[in-house]
Design a protein around this ligand. Structure first.
Ligand SMILES: Nc1nc2c(c(=O)[nH]1)N[C@H]1C(S)=C(S)[C@@H](COP(=O)(O)O)O[C@H]1N2
Ligand SMILES: [Mo]
Length: 263
């Protein structure tokens, strides 16, 4: 038989046949896709939880995706991304007091004997007084302070740039480890910060607000002001500073907030 004839004997599809065929194809696709989606969901469900601690326990593949996203934005902004600044007149007079963890729960704190403790590896930690810090080059910043709870305020702070502080005390090599941890003297509030944000030109160790020494509730004698991050990372009443190659513990990340908390 001629192949040509064979083709011709095949009758054209009727409308009903065409519809049946389409339905068959779309159902097939539907089942294939659902099967894929189910397998994906099951895979995620069966994936191990990350070890809780620094971050809340989510599925490991999800954390991987979050970390990739974080890295993308970190590389995008890095040190070149500056927070918007404002003229002094725009700064509010009544600066809101938010969290007091590590402050109101510390009855033994004595601001007059306070010293910043800096862990420097195997050697004994450094203890730096506030006068010494105030003798370093002073810088000011007026920016829009943002809290994850949904409020923001234009605030005016002064202190020393963290990168100047680090350079002055010969901590550059330690800073290269990747992370800095900061804690209140009683260790009740603590944050972890990655190197790029630590060395950011707008990150300051602040000892003044609106031209006055810090009040106790705003973090006297020394607090962190880090405009590239949400309020939660702006630790008040710094007691201890340390460096690490792994993410330091972070109070709010432990409770499910984003570790990076960048703006
Ligand atoms: N020690 C300490 N620092 C802290 C907090 C805290 O509870 N304890 N709260 C953080 C949060 S959530 C915000 S929004 C800011 C608020 O700073 P303020 O009270 O000076 O406005 O401080 C941050 N630093
Ligand atoms: Mo906050």
């Amino acid at each position: 038989m001629e192949p040509e004839n064979k083709k011709k004997t095949k009758a054209p599809l009727t409308i009903e046949q065409k519809i049946k065929r389409r339905n068959f194809i779309s159902f097939g696709a539907f089942f294939a896709l659902s099967g894929g989606a189910f397998a994906g969901w099951k895979w995620l469900l069966d994936a191990p939880n990350e070890t809780p601690g620094i971050t809340a326990g989510t599925r490991k593949p999800l954390r991987k995706a979050l970390n990739k996203t974080e890295l993308f934005f970190r590389n995008l902004f890095s040190n070149k991304h500056l927070a918007k600044t404002y003229p002094k007149e725009r700064a509010v007079k009544n600066v809101r007091v938010n969290g007091l963890i590590g402050i109101s729960d510390d009855k033994n704190f004595d601001a007059s004997t306070w010293k910043l403790e800096v862990e420097i590896g195997l050697a004994k930690p450094m203890h730096i007084g506030i006068e010494e810090i105030m003798a370093l080059p002073r810088t000011e910043i007026i920016f829009d302070f943002k809290c994850v709870e949904g409020w923001d305020q234009i605030q005016h702070w002064a202190g020393v740039k963290m990168k100047d502080f680090i350079a002055h005390y010969g901590l550059n090599e330690l800073a290269e480890k990747g992370y800095m941890g900061l804690e209140t003297p009683n260790g009740r509030y603590y944050v972890g910060l990655e190197k790029d944000s630590v060395l950011h030109p707008q990150t300051i160790l602040a000892y003044e607000m609106n031209g006055q020494p810090l009040s106790i509730n705003h973090g006297a004698p020394l607090r962190l002001i880090i405009p590239v991050k949400y309020g939660i990372k702006n630790l008040k009443r710094i007691g201890k500073m340390y460096f690490s190659s792994a993410r330091p513990r972070d109070y709010w990340a432990k409770r499910g907030y984003d570790y990076y908390s960048g703006l």
